[in-house]
Design a protein around this ligand. Structure first.
Ligand SMILES: *Cc1c(COP(=O)(O)O)cnc(C)c1O
Length: 363
């Protein structure tokens, strides 16, 4: 007997990096590496959270009734098929917990949100990653072909992180129909609002035609600008599946502040719509300014831009960090692509000039 158990010891650990607030010379740091909103939550959301804080001596509603009712009213999905979590990260974990035993397989695109692979290992399951198309979209036929009798859970996301690629209605329909019923389909819609505003299909009605198990998860972290509040939610194909998620979630994981903030944000849909519109506009502007300099933006519809730098570019993540701009990168096929969170107009201008300055600088 040893603590921690092997499957925990074997996990690699990368402490989540917190960028400094300002550089040594006093200049501004731009956090464009975590797909956060550049703006604080709205005054109404902050006021609701402040009121909730005054009741902080009392446990929150563990069943999140008010938030679930508001989500039901907005989506048309009955409350018994809706669940909430402290960010959708908690719901990805719940999904792995209800579907994977040791020795099972989890399927996900590669590259994807790193949490998926970590959750497979934590459950003692095998992670099977299926390469994306060269333009960063999920390869649905290849994912379906990778299913085995041991596959129990498959993650898909649209728009996809880190590329931003979206799945077409035909892609989703094929997935819903052809993914065998012994596999739970987890459709991660962290960037749902951005995708919809950019013309992506509404997956929920298509998912609802699936015979096998499915859930979809969304979050207040991205399009509602509430990443620091930690509130996410999801829809399940059946009440039984939603109940399974509720059973495995830690008690009271959403604070009173998170619950109240979520309800207040849903009462003000215009605020999120305005944020989404501004971000998509800045995203297009950034892409248009970088294209002529040899950067190749990947097709996408999220609050970030993924792009291939001109061949022979130096390490632009490092170069931009020296200028106080935090972005990230990932490997797509044989190439290293950049992922830049879209911020306000000033952020766009700063990113564009830093990239143009450094792209053809000597390595
Ligand atoms: C940001 C993100 C999430 C969720 O984040 P939470 O803050 O935990 O809600 C989930 N999936 C993907 C793909 C993401 O990019």
């Amino acid at each position: 007997m040893s603590v921690p158990v092997d499957r925990v010891s074997a996990l690699s650990f990368h402490p989540l990096y917190e960028p400094p607030e300002i550089l040594a010379d006093g200049s501004k740091v731009r956090r464009l590496n975590l797909n956060e909103s550049p703006f604080p939550p709205s005054p109404a959301v902050i006021a609701a959270m402040t009121r909730a804080a005054a009741l902080g001596n009392r446990y929150p509603d563990g069943e999140a009734r008010a938030l679930i009712e508001a989500l039901a009213a907005g989506s048309g999905i009955p409350p018994e098929r809706i669940f909430v979590g402290a960010g959708s990260n908690e719901l990805l974990a719940a999904s792995a917990e209800i579907s994977l035993d040791p020795g099972d397989q989890m399927l996900a695109p590669l590259p994807a949100f790193p949490t998926y692979a970590k959750l497979a290992r934590l459950r003692g399951a095998e992670f099977v990653g299926v390469p994306l198309h060269g333009d960063g979209r999920i390869d649905v036929p290849a994912m379906l072909a990778a299913v085995t009798p041991r596959t129990r859970l498959a993650f898909f996301s649209s728009p996809h992180n880190p590329t931003g690629g979206i799945m077409t209605a035909e892609d989703i329909l094929r997935l819903v129909q052809e993914l065998p019923e012994h596999v739970m389909l987890h459709f991660d819609e962290a960037y749902y609002e951005f995708g919809r505003a950019a013309g992506a299909p509404d997956a929920l009605p298509i998912l609802s035609t699936r015979k096998g198990p499915w859930i979809s998860t969304r979050t207040f972290s991205k399009a509602y600008g509430m990443a620091g509040v930690r509130v996410g939610y999801g829809f399940a194909g059946t009440p039984e599946l939603a109940l399974a998620i509720r059973k495995v979630r830690p008690n009271f994981s959403l604070s009173r502040m998170a619950l109240a903030g979520g309800v207040a944000a849903l009462a003000e849909p215009g605020a999120s719509a305005a944020l989404v519109a501004l971000i998509l506009k800045e995203r297009d502007r950034m892409a248009a300014q970088l294209r002529p300099a040899g950067f190749t933006p990947l097709p996408g519809a999220a609050n970030f831009l993924a792009l291939l730098p001109p061949p022979g570019s130096p390490n632009l993540v490092d170069r931009l960090r020296d200028a106080g701009i935090y972005i990230t990168d990932f490997v797509l096929g044989e190439t290293r692509a950049l992922r830049i969170t879209i911020g306000d107009a000033e952020d766009t201008n700063a990113v564009v000039s830093a990239l143009l300055e450094n792209a053809d600088a000597p390595r």
